[in-house]
Ligand binder design. Structure first.
Ligand code: SF4
Length: 169
């Protein structure tokens, strides 16, 4: 299957090569957030291939174990960008869109860590100043992967899936 060669121990590496800025940010934060969001994210991805029952049996435990914590979490609802952008970080079950919720300095630093050139960064910041946050994310995607994303970014998982297609082609 498409994701069969992503093993659980590769999650950290994949987070660096293939995650949108919002998910990347979560992975740099505390263990509790990392665990919950890793579960939410990987459940969404893996259940397309292995089914939710098998995910809960085989993968969820392994992810929790990997993060050194066991506990039951039942709400794995992933949010679309539009919802993440329009609600306050921490309200409900997400931690914000960096394009919308980071200060300009923090956002620039994060974009620089993703390898954007100063020209690419200016294009992204221009979209941010005009409050076109999803377009800013789309431009980031295009700069990082050197490929166009005609549909635009509308969901963190979609960003991941599109990037995986490019990285594996
Ligand atoms: Fe995440 Fe969507 Fe914001 Fe991109 S636009 S950082 S995918 S919430």
């Amino acid at each position: 299957s498409e994701y069969a060669d992503i093993s659980l121990k590769d999650i950290d590496q994949v987070s660096k090569s293939s995650f949108p800025l919002c998910m990347r940010h979560l992975f740099e934060k505390g263990v509790g957030l990392k665990l919950d969001d890793a579960l939410a994210f990987w459940r969404e991805e893996f259940t397309k291939k292995v089914g939710s029952e098998r995910f809960d049996k085989e993968y969820a435990y392994a992810i929790r174990h990997n993060y050194g914590k066991e506990g039951k979490r039942t709400d794995y609802t992933p949010y679309a960008c539009s919802k993440i952008i329009t609600s306050a970080p921490g309200a409900g079950d997400h931690h914000g869109c960096p394009y919308r919720h980071f200060s300009e300095d923090n956002l620039k630093a994060a974009l620089s860590r993703m390898g954007l050139s100063s020209r690419g960064m200016e294009d992204v910041m221009d979209k941010v100043r005009n409050k076109h946050y999803q377009l800013a994310c789309t431009l980031t995607f295009e700069a990082v992967y050197g490929a166009s994303c005609d549909t635009g970014i509308n969901h963190p998982n979609q960003y991941f899936e599109e990037s995986q297609k490019i990285l594996k082609s």
